[in-house]
Design a protein around this ligand. Structure first.
Ligand SMILES: [Zn+2]
Length: 111
């Protein structure tokens, strides 16, 4: 089910608190209104709307990336790769996410 505009705004506020006013891919700073909600596992690949699957991206990186795992020219870190593996596992219901998600979200705040 798609997010309504209120859910989008709520998620954006949470992501700004978590990640700052900065594009997940190019790390440049933007105004909140310029940043878009990006699904780490794309919606077209059954990625969920859970906060764990969301990040903020500038329009350029969001468009450049499309439904690829990463934008062209982005060098993924091990954290990026593990995150995609975990999200795949959660979205396929192979592990009950609740406790894991809390743990990973704490990890993201600290880093
Ligand atoms: Zn960007």
């Amino acid at each position: 089910m798609a997010m309504n505009s209120m859910q989008k705004r709520k998620n954006k506020t949470k992501l700004v608190d978590r990640d700052g006013l900065c594009c997940h891919w190019c790390r440049q700073f933007y105004l909140e209104d310029q940043l878009t909600l990006e699904h780490l596992r794309p919606k077209s690949k059954d990625g969920s709307d859970r906060i764990i699957n969301l990040c903020l991206a500038c329009p350029k990186c969001n468009q450049e990336r499309g439904d690829k795992p990463f934008p062209l020219g982005y060098t993924p870190t091990w954290k990026d790769i593990f995150q995609l593996v975990f999200l795949f596992i959660f979205d396929h219901g192979l592990i009950e996410p609740s406790s894991f998600v809390d743990w990973i979200e704490q990890f993201q705040i600290q880093n």
